[in-house]
Design a protein around this ligand. Sequence first.
Ligand code: HEM
Length: 106
Amino acid sequence: RDLGDDMDIIASNYKTVNKTTDAGELTKALQVMRDAATDAKQATPEKLESEPKDSPKLKDYQAGLDTLIGQIDTSMALAKAGKVDEAKDAAKKLADIRNENHKKFR
Ligand code: HEM
């Protein structure tokens, strides 16, 4: 799947994350986001297509996704512990990470 597909998967599951109050549903949606973010790391955004494979910009892009994955993991650990409110608070920060990275790479 291409980067646009991964982003669409991340976005639709993020909606579920922000809507649900069920720990199981929350955990599942975060896991799907995590898988799609991991897949997105393999892609090259259109903006960076002329960059060499090991360019600093491409590394920065991958690091942005690692930051996203780290925050997903923080939220998922709370969800698995049944701490739904705390998990949802942690997930709010995903939007900041999105906005920061979209400014650079989208
Ligand atoms: C909660 C987090 C995020 C959400 C909800 C999100 C959502 C989206 C959506 C809906 C699109 C449009 C997809 C399409 O064209 O169909 C998009 C595009 C894009 N996003 Fe994200 N995103 C997130 C995080 C990130 C992060 C962390 C990065 C980079 C480190 C990133 C990089 C990009 C890029 C490069 C595009 C353009 C893709 C293309 O050209 O097809 N996004 N994102």
